[in-house]
Design a protein around this ligand. Structure first.
Ligand SMILES: [Cu+2]
Length: 105
């Protein structure tokens, strides 16, 4: 195990005025950070920015919570979600090749 892994912590969304925001870069390795920790029962803003021109990553979708948005290259796209109950929620690219997850605590 690399030493850095021992100290690696899951990034947390920032909370301001009762809303939490997480920025997610969509690049050649998929979603970065791939795992984000969120606070339960607090409205969520996910800000996606796609930096890789592969069409594979041009959509991001989730089933629960449900969303399906296009990600134009190099633009912030905001996905607004209601607060979630504790659990792990996955989302993925339009072709189910890359996954990201929201860990709600
Ligand atoms: Cu894909």
């Amino acid at each position: 195990m690399k030493l850095s892994a021992l100290f690696h912590k899951t990034p947390k969304a920032t909370i301001k005025d009762g809303q939490q925001t997480a920025r997610i870069t969509v690049g050649e390795k998929g979603y970065e950070p791939a795992t984000i920790e969120l606070t339960a029962n607090t409205p969520i803003k996910l800000v996606f920015n796609r930096t890789n021109d592969s069409m594979c990553l041009a959509r991001v979708q989730g089933e629960h919570p449900a969303f399906d948005v296009e990600l134009p290259l190099n633009q912030d796209v905001v996905v607004t979600l209601d607060g979630l109950t504790p659990g792990t929620y996955q989302y993925h690219c339009g072709m189910n090749m890359f996954y990201g997850q929201l860990v709600v605590k």
